[in-house]
Write a protein that binds this ligand. Structure first.
Ligand code: ATP
Ligand code: MG
Length: 243
């Protein structure tokens, strides 16, 4: 895991896009082994922040360090699993072909790919659809296939951008059980969701609004500090205070 005690270190990260302040000084540490639930309204800057963490863009100012590397840097990429908010699969390839392709990109040998692809197909409940083209799947099934690709190579750090959108309740619960199991086995996880009860299962929740972090702490601590009955009320209270 390297000598750095932090998986991610963000220091005063700022970015303007189209004349708009999208990230307004984000400072955030994510220690190895942490699970961070990110919540924030549409346009808060969640996806943009992940892009900076993935090295897919450069902030105007500030420091982004991931797995001990100052980003952008391609070196940590093989240790990161990223599930983007939008589909990033090849629609004309089957689910299995997509998994094989991305497995090769991540340097997995044929034996490891075979073992892991079967395991991951079972996890996302797609063994029966493995040989269907992605374009023939339902929206929820495509989300499941995206998740499979993101965690195929057993990354040390996993970033999931609203992984449970369009996924039915039963499978959503199964996803979350799996996220937290991966986390208990040492994987650092960042996951955004509009389901605040899901986010509260993480070791900390980060509340994002207008490109700022309003709070980042365990859900219990947030409730104790604000006196709010639930995370949603706490968020609204902090947002009002900042407005
Ligand atoms: N390429 C771009 N050019 C101009 N503005 C952009 C660009 N990308 C994002 N933005 C703006 O940055 C802000 C943050 O967008 P972002 O996608 O990061 O939000 P989000 O928190 O992920 O929202 P959602 O919950 O809807 O996914 C929005 O106002 C968006 O319009
Ligand atoms: Mg987004």
């Amino acid at each position: 895991m390297g000598g750095d005690p932090l998986a991610i270190k963000l220091q005063d990260v700022r970015l303007k896009l189209g004349g708009r302040d999208v990230l307004r000084g984000i400072t955030l540490d994510v220690p190895y082994g942490d699970s961070l639930g990110v919540i924030g309204p549409n346009g808060a800057g969640k996806t943009t922040l992940y892009r900076m963490i993935m090295g897919l863009g450069l902030p105007d100012s500030g420091v982004v360090e991931v797995l001990g590397h100052r980003m952008p840097d391609p070196r940590p990429r093989g240790r990161i699993g990223y599930m983007p908010q939008d589909e990033a699969l090849y629609p004309d390839l089957t689910v299995r072909e997509n998994l094989n392709f991305f497995g090769q990109v991540f340097g997995m040998d044929a034996r490891r790919r075979r073992r892991r692809i079967d395991e991951i197909l079972a996890l996302v409940d797609l063994p029966d659809r493995a040989d269907d083209r992605v374009r023939e799947l339902s929206g929820g099934m495509r989300r499941r296939a995206s998740l499979a690709v993101a965690i195929l190579h057993e990354p040390d750090l996993v970033i999931l951008d609203e992984p449970t959108v369009g996924v039915d309740p039963e499978l959503r619960a199964a996803f979350w059980d799996y996220f937290l199991k991966m986390n208990s086995q040492g994987t650092t996880i960042i996951v955004s969701t509009h389901h605040l009860d899901e986010a509260s299962r993480c070791s900390r929740v980060a509340l994002l609004r207008y490109g700022e972090v309003l709070a980042c702490e365990p859900a219990q601590a947030l409730l104790a500090r604000t006196g709010a009955p639930d995370v949603e009320s706490a968020f609204l209270q902090l947002a009002r205070r900042r407005a």
